[in-house]
Design a protein around this ligand. Sequence first.
Ligand code: NAP
Length: 308
Amino acid sequence: MKHIYDMLIIGGGPAGYTAALYASRAGLDTLIIEKMSAGGQMALTDIIDNYPGFDQGIDGFSLGMQMQAGAERFGAKTEYGEVLSVDLLPEIKKIITDSGEYFSRTVVIATGAAPRVLGVENEENLIGRGVHYCAHCDGRFYKNKTVMVVGGGNSAVSDALYLSRLAKKVYLVHRRDTLRATKIYHDPLMKAENVEFIWDSAVVELLADGRLNGVKVKNLKTEEEREVSLDGLFISIGRKPVTELFGNALALDEAGYIIADETTKTNISGVYAVGDVRTKALRQVITAASDGAVAAHFAEEYCNLIQK
Ligand code: NAP
């Protein structure tokens, strides 16, 4: 006979493991399916010092392991594998992974959002060694140093402003000659004396000697290339929600995020979206964890309702 879980969570980041903690502690039979290891994007962060309770901060990998252990203490189970397809519409939902089939009354989607990469050679090898995707996470390592931000949207501009208060010099490289970012950011950025714009340009090569020490920037209009010496590069060209598997059934916004409000409820009964994968204003560990708790609350209510 097939086993039917009360809650199946796809993705073992802070949102997923908090949902697991709350659900298993409330007595729900809970399974997390995780592709790699606990923590998600958070596990790639050197130091998290804006998650309360850690007076010295904590590295993302350790926090992920602790969140997993905390949920497993109450009986939540983790299966490692990749989800290949989902059938979310029936009352008993079916998830197929590369290691088997799973059934559950509720599904919590906690697949997160991954930063878009530039796609230049060596980018992946230099992550954490001069190449970063989150200024608010890693900017503090660049006090009085020279950094570059790539992008022209709200994130890039807010990253550049944030870094301009820490670093000695900030270059902002954008592939066009106008920012996409909302006007409110333009003035303070233009006024920041240590910010230099490099318009119509792209980073085409990373220069490194063990760690990043510069980049080659190409002007896309003149094709002229020049080298810029740097201590750090912050790539801020948007994020990509991991929702490819769900688009047919779940309502997504134009950027691909699952439409769900603070209740985390999606357009399908018994399916919740938590953390960075859902439409929301602030994507942080604490707001992801908060979503997990809220989803477990509504999932428990839903399970009670359908089992009556
Ligand atoms: P975004 O608005 O999609 O902007 C991405 C930027 O990166 C654009 O300027 C884009 O250039 C550039 N870009 C994209 N692919 C590139 C590539 N391969 N190479 C070089 N440049 C590339 O993304 P975001 O800035 O991360 O913002 C995401 C969402 O969060 C937005 O809705 C934004 O408004 C919101 N947000 C809001 C705030 C705030 O209001 N405080 C702060 C942060 C984010 P083009 O302009 O040429 O397309």
